[in-house]
Design a protein around this ligand. Structure first.
Ligand code: EPZ
Length: 435
């Protein structure tokens, strides 16, 4: 089993280049199915989720050509909706975006129930509400999702949709589906994340007519078809947040390059509350933490609030901060605190009660063998290993590899002592003697 081996006690120093946004890429690739032409997508993050989605697109008949590791050309002129690579679909959450793009292109869709990081309940009722409103009821059976436009012309028809919950996925999925619906669609109570805007900009560059992305109301005038074109994905807000927080937690100094500082306002504000210096430049931010971090409180919110995906990483920085810090996870009802148990293995006595976690730092973390419980929790455990005394082993690193391009390489370039080590599978089970 491959694990990260991290020797702690380092102060990250140097520069790191941020890759393309994972949560934009995993929406744009399925959305390319709508395009009756060739799309050139640039600044793709080189992560396993991107690769899986390109394979799924190819299983639907698209011609996928990697121009270089972060540039792909997809030709969706001759595609079909059936016989997708369902095994890959089952493994990632973003496969549900193929519902929207299959319905938009073909008027019918078959996908699997989504996979992805397992933290709490992750329903898709708002996706179902949106597709149903557009004229395509959704049926879930045997682990598959079936949907077909019940309209005379077999196409989706525009509708007014109010999302009961601010949902990135549902907002994106309905935008994708409505692009080529007959007539106008208005979606209220939308998510406003940068990757929602990026998806809309991608589709508009291919001829769609989407307005208001980035606000809570998005209006879409359906078009007959989308033409080919090229598009560059925005930098990853959460990857950037992860390195900013790691610089703070290790009391280092890191220039985080190729970012959109506006997308990081909430992270910069929180770090400044913790006595961290954050300097903003046109496409980079400099994070410097020379002195003891000080406590603060964090409540996760939909954008532009503090992102839930940065909650686990900032928990580690708060564990190194002097004083009592309170974290409130308000985006996910379920349990997005699995990393707290892993931090306890390293010496942090954290109290969790429902959606609230209380940390009384600074804790002196000691190296241990810990799990990456999900993508962001895994990144948090790496940051904890960097702060700890001694050596930390992080297991289940496949979660991390899903969302962070060259995580080990980028951290090593910042002075981290981290490597991937391959442990033979656990020792042979001892024979049980039967008496
Ligand atoms: C996206 O997940 C991201 N994933 C998540 O990032 C991120 O944590 C989340 O948005 C919130 O920002 C991708 O973009 C692939 P939601 P998504 O729908 O779309 C509830 C990462 O680390 N909800 O915005 O699944 C839901 O349970 C990943 O990169 C419903 O109730 O999240 C949650 O409580 C992890 N019904 C809240 O809304 C629905 O139909 C927000 O979920 C949909 C969601």
């Amino acid at each position: 089993m491959e694990k990260y081996e991290i020797k702690g006690g380092c102060h990250l120093r140097g520069e790191v280049e941020i890759s393309g946004a994972k949560n934009a890429a995993v929406a744009i690739i399925p959305a390319a199915l709508l395009v009756d032409g060739v799309c050139r997508i640039e600044n793709l993050p080189e992560i396993s989720d991107t690769e899986a989605l390109l394979h799924i697109l190819a299983s639907l008949g698209a011609k996928v050509k990697m121009i270089d590791p972060s540039t792909v050309e997809v030709d969706c002129r001759h595609v079909h909706w059936e016989n997708a690579d369902y095994d890959r679909m089952r493994k990632i959450r973003a496969s549900y975006y193929f519902i929207g793009s299959m319905l938009g292109r073909f008027g019918k869709a078959q996908t699997t129930m989504p996979g992805g990081c397992n933290f709490g309940v992750r329903p898709i009722d708002q996706h179902v509400k949106g597709m149903t409103a557009l004229g395509a009821p959704v049926d879930v059976r045997n682990g598959y999702i079936f949907s077909e436009a019940q309209t005379e012309d077999g196409r989706l028809h525009g509708a007014e949709i109010y999302l009961d919950k601010v949902s990135v996925g549902a907002t994106i999925n309905v935008i994708i589906a409505a692009c080529m619906a007959e007539g106008k669609t208005v979606i209220e109570n939308c998510a406003r994340e940068p990757h929602v805007v990026d998806l809309a900009n991608f589709l508009n560059s291919m001829g769609a007519d989407i307005r208001g992305a980035g606000t809570d109301t998005v209006k879409i005038n359906g078009v007959k078809s989308l033409h080919g074109g090229s598009y560059a994905i925005i930098p990853d807000q959460i990857e950037a947040a992860t390195y900013m927080i790691a610089a703070a937690a290790t009391q280092g100094e890191v220039l985080v390059k190729n970012v959109i500082p506006k997308h990081l306002d909430c992270i910069s504000a929180k770090l400044r509350e913790m006595s961290v210096t954050v300097e903003e430049y046109p496409d980079s931010v400099l994070v410097r933490a020379r002195e003891q971090l000080t406590k603060t409180n964090v409540k996760t919110q939909p954008y532009p609030g503090f992102p839930t995906d940065a909650q686990a990483p900032i928990s580690v920085a708060l564990s190194q901060s002097r004083g009592v810090s309170i974290i409130t996870e308000s985006v996910y009802d379920g349990n997005r605190y699995k990393h707290m148990n892993e931090l306890r293995k390293m010496g942090a006595t954290i109290t969790v009660n429902g959606s609230t976690a209380v940390l009384e730092g600074p804790y002196e973390l000691t190296g241990a063998t810990v799990q990456a419980c999900d993508l962001r929790a895994g990144a948090a455990m790496v940051i904890a290993g960097l702060c700890a005394k001694g050596t930390t082993y992080v297991e289940d690193i496949h979660y991390i590899e899903r969302g962070y391009q060259d995580f080990v390489g980028k951290l090593r370039a910042l002075g981290a002592d981290i490597a991937i080590v391959d442990f033979p599978d656990d020792v042979e089970e001892a024979e049980l003697s039967v008496v």
